[in-house]
Design a protein. Structure first.
Length: 498
């Protein structure tokens, strides 16, 4: 049977963890489609290839993985030729145990060799045995690989991978490796190519994004990159995630304030407001330094929306330490905080520390923190009522849009806005100008008709993508010349995106 006669094989990718994993899953999808696979339709009874792109940060991540793998055993038995692959951080960490605990897995690959997935699947198919291939350093920068982007109007652009920090609660640097930066010209070339395809918003992505330039010893490389990206014609919105307070310098603030297409939005992980806890976490800043950055950002951009990550119950955290965290939250007035209860990550120094906090104490502190942040988020969102905002129409942001006859999108500062559906047709990627009439802690509402609708190249791109007939493909599995829609990434406290 020739490759042209071979049956078309479908794939599904299940993504866990941070934005870098979502970006990697887009690359895995591109690789598989280049190799002749087709994406399994939503709601279908399964796929011929299921790929798990895993995260090792959360407690019991392995139990979650093996539970999901176990659910596929009867499906695999009933579907001859079905293959299961496991990649990502947990695969890098547990390379020697995955196939032992789940012998029905066909391929295990790590964070540094995602480009090998199609070849490994083909090897496993021919050899009829599991293929495990983990490498210790990056083979190919992810952004050089093919991609099946989930959005026609917005895109991730990785500028670095890896992390040089040694936070005691985080295992990801050990799994992603030391920081490796892309050349600025390569980043800009990718941005320009994306804009040519219709993209109008990019998010610059890195484990520690504002440490960009450490490879070449240029401390201002990230601010220069922001300005250069802002000069790309046709690009309307630039975001980045996640910076580290240690490397957040005044030139970055100036670049944000002075580059019109860089949004006044900042995700700045705090983790703790206590100096002793920050020291135990091996975070290289203290409360005063952190609040000083927030003050400078607000002075340069009074309308900036600032979000954060906070860990509650780190080993040794006292009530006084926790009060310092609450103090920073009150002072910084975050638009939103992603709050996490500390849990042991095997392989991290913090997991072996004395004075692990009892679960009941952690839970009680967590509830107090969430209540405070909910109150602040609501108060900050209420300040938006009466403002007129230009919203980028999004796809899949509003779970109740169909029932309420509304649409949803993101304001320039990344706040979620639900708005009345305009009379004229609008598409994801178009812009609507709306007046905010109501605020909730986690979203804004515009209950009056839009004052303007701006059709964009991004909307055109969305329309072209959805109007295009399915691409015919013969399967050429041996020539590597995600299946489920990539959900919004879960912010992960302690992940290298901090």
């Amino acid at each position: 049977m020739t490759a042209q006669d071979a049956p078309i094989r479908s794939y599904e990718i299940r993504t866990y963890g941070c934005q870098m994993n979502v970006h990697d899953s887009e690359r895995l999808s591109g690789l598989l489609e280049d190799a002749g696979y087709v994406r399994a339709p939503e709601g279908s009874d399964g796929a011929d290839v299921v790929v798990f792109n895993t995260c090792a940060v959360r407690e019991n991540a392995d139990n979650r993985l093996y539970g999901n793998l176990g659910q596929l055993v009867p499906k695999k038995a009933a579907r001859p030729g079905m293959q299961i692959a496991v990649g990502g951080c947990l695969a890098q960490k547990d390379r020697d145990t995955i196939v032992k605990r789940a012998p029905w897995v066909d391929v295990v690959f790590g964070t540094h060799n995602i480009g090998q997935l199609p070849v490994l699947l083909e090897r496993s198919r021919i050899a009829q045995e599991a293929q495990v291939e983990i490498v210790e350093s990056l083979e190919t920068f992810p952004s050089t690989l093919p991609s099946r982007r989930e959005s026609a109007y917005a895109a991730w652009v990785a500028i670095s991978v890896g992390c040089n920090n040694t936070c005691t609660f985080c295992i990801v640097p050990a799994l992603r490796g030391k920081e490796k930066d892309r050349r600025p010209g390569d980043v800009l070339a990718e941005v320009e190519a994306l804009v040519a395809e219709g993209v109008i918003e990019v998010t610059l992505l890195g484990q520690n994004v504002n440490a960009y330039g450490s490879d070449i010893g240029d401390r201002e490389a990230f601010s220069k990159l922001l300005r250069a990206t802002g000069a790309v014609e046709g690009l309307e919105r630039i975001r980045f995630t996640s910076p580290h307070p240690r490397d957040f310098t005044d030139d970055v603030i100036a670049a944000m304030a002075e580059t019109p297409s860089v949004m006044h939005q900042l995700h700045m992980p705090l983790q703790s407001g206590s100096d002793p806890v920050l020291k135990a976490m091996r975070r290289s800043y203290r409360q005063d330094r952190y609040l000083g950055i927030i003050e400078k950002v607000r002075a340069a951009m009074p309308d900036a929306a600032i979000t954060t990550d906070v860990i509650v119950g780190f080993p040794g955290e006292t009530e006084e330490d926790f009060q310092q965290t609450l103090h920073v939250v009150r002072e910084a007035r975050f638009t939103q905080a992603f709050t996490f209860q500390y849990s042991k990550r095997p392989g991290t120094p913090a997991a072996e520390m004395a004075d692990q906090i009892p679960k009941a104490v952690v839970q009680e502190r967590y509830e107090r923190l969430v209540a405070l942040q909910e109150e602040i988020s609501w108060e900050e969102n209420k300040k938006q009522v009466g403002r007129t905002l230009e919203v980028l129409v999004a796809e899949g942001e509003g779970r109740k849009d169909d029932a309420t006859r509304r649409l949803s999108g993101r304001a320039p500062d990344n706040r979620l806005v639900h708005f009345e559906r305009p009379e004229e047709p609008v598409r994801p990627g178009d812009m609507v100008t709306v007046g905010i009439t109501y605020a909730a802690p986690h979203h804004l509402l515009a209950e009056k008709p839009a004052s303007a609708v701006r059709r964009t190249r991004a909307g055109d791109a969305w329309e072209r993508r959805n109007a295009a007939p399915p691409k015919p493909a013969g399967v050429m599995l041996g020539l590597p010349t995600i299946g489920a829609p990539a959900q919004a990434p879960e912010p992960v406290a302690g992940c290298s995106l901090d």
